[in-house]
Design a protein around this ligand. Structure first.
Ligand SMILES: Cc1cc2nc3c(=O)[nH]c(=O)nc-3n(C[C@H](O)[C@H](O)[C@H](O)COP(=O)(O)OP(=O)(O)OC[C@H]3O[C@@H](n4cnc5c(N)ncnc54)[C@H](O)[C@@H]3O)c2cc1C
Ligand code: FES
Length: 262
């Protein structure tokens, strides 16, 4: 397995901003899948990376970090959950609206040499895993995904995904298996050497990390952190890792699963 999440391209270029028009918007409860015309970003993007998006309107000083849900030809797509005021406003974007988007930013999920992949997502943490699944499938890898959600409302996000082997759990049992994503993992027959890719809330990451080590597997994690600049200048997104204090926005968001302490 290669090192931690790989960096991608020239860091100064990552912060380049594009005016992007919304070309399609699909609403799934409190979620929206936004397709943006963004040729410069789509050309350079890789799975695991994110963009910083301006929120239209008064009073939104900071851009919001959003993972790339897909990137193809001249388009990127974002899966956005209405959490607070800013993200709620983003879910109400309509076709023809224009937003400023900086990116692609951050490290990427290493995929080279991977033949079996297990993608584990929790809540909106599932968002970067569709793009990863697409790239792994193109490379001929066998991809399995397990997603966990709190309840029916949170599980509406599943409607955005097209991963073939995807199992779902909800804590209230309203969709898929009753329980957490760990219950799904326990029921899987995982091939030796499978690479695990995880993204979700901190307690889920900690549990997936323990399970992965117990199974003798290795993998990668995409971390979330509150971000201001998104480009490595403010040090507002620093986390402790086995390599010392690192910035989620620039050394991450993708790290090796064995170097983070969730
Ligand atoms: C690398 C990265 C990738 C992300 N990808 C996606 C994505 O693909 N889709 C998506 O919907 N969201 C994603 N997020 C989270 C998203 O950036 C936040 O939900 C959003 O910035 C919140 O803005 P707001 O104005 O709605 O929330 P605020 O009003 O500022 O806060 C609302 C609530 O959200 C919480 N919150 C705010 N920022 C974050 C954050 N960064 N992480 C966790 N909780 C937060 C606050 O604590 C509060 O409880 C990502 C975050 C990071 C760091
Ligand atoms: S958000 Fe500013 S350094 Fe990461």
């Amino acid at each position: 397995m290669s090192g931690s999440g790989q960096t991608h391209g020239d860091h100064r270029q990552w912060a380049e901003t594009s005016h992007c028009r919304v070309s399609a918007a699909r609403h799934l409860g409190g979620f929206a899948v936004l397709e943006l015309i963004a040729p410069r970003i789509a050309r350079r993007a890789a799975p695991g990376q994110f963009v910083m998006v301006t929120v239209p309107g008064e009073g939104y000083l900071l851009r919001r970090p959003i993972s790339l849900f897909s990137a193809e030809a001249d388009r990127i797509a974002l899966l956005v959950e209405a959490r607070g005021r800013g993200s709620e406003r983003l879910t109400r974007l309509e076709v023809g609206d224009v937003v400023d988007v900086a990116g692609p930013l951050g490290s990427v999920f290493p995929t080279q040499g991977v033949t079996n992949a297990l993608l584990v997502g929790g809540g909106i943490g599932c968002a970067p895993l569709q793009y990863l699944a697409d790239e792994l499938a193109v490379a001929g890898a066998h991809v399995t995904a397990a997603f966990g959600f709190r309840d029916f409302r949170a599980a509406r996000a599943v409607g955005a995904f097209t991963i073939e082997r995807l199992s779902v759990a909800t804590e209230d049992g309203s969709v898929g298996r009753a329980g957490t994503v760990l219950h799904l993992l326990a029921a899987l027959d995982v091939a030796p050497g499978t690479t695990v890719y995880a993204c979700g809330p901190t307690p889920m990451i900690a549990a997936v990390q323990r399970w992965t080590f117990h199974e003798g597997l290795r993998g990668y994690v995409s971390l979330e952190a509150h971000m201001a600049c998104g480009t490595g200048s403010c040090h507002g997104c620093v986390v402790d890792t086995a390599r010392g204090k690192l910035r989620v926005c620039s050394e991450g968001p993708v790290f090796r699963l064995d170097e983070v302490t969730p």
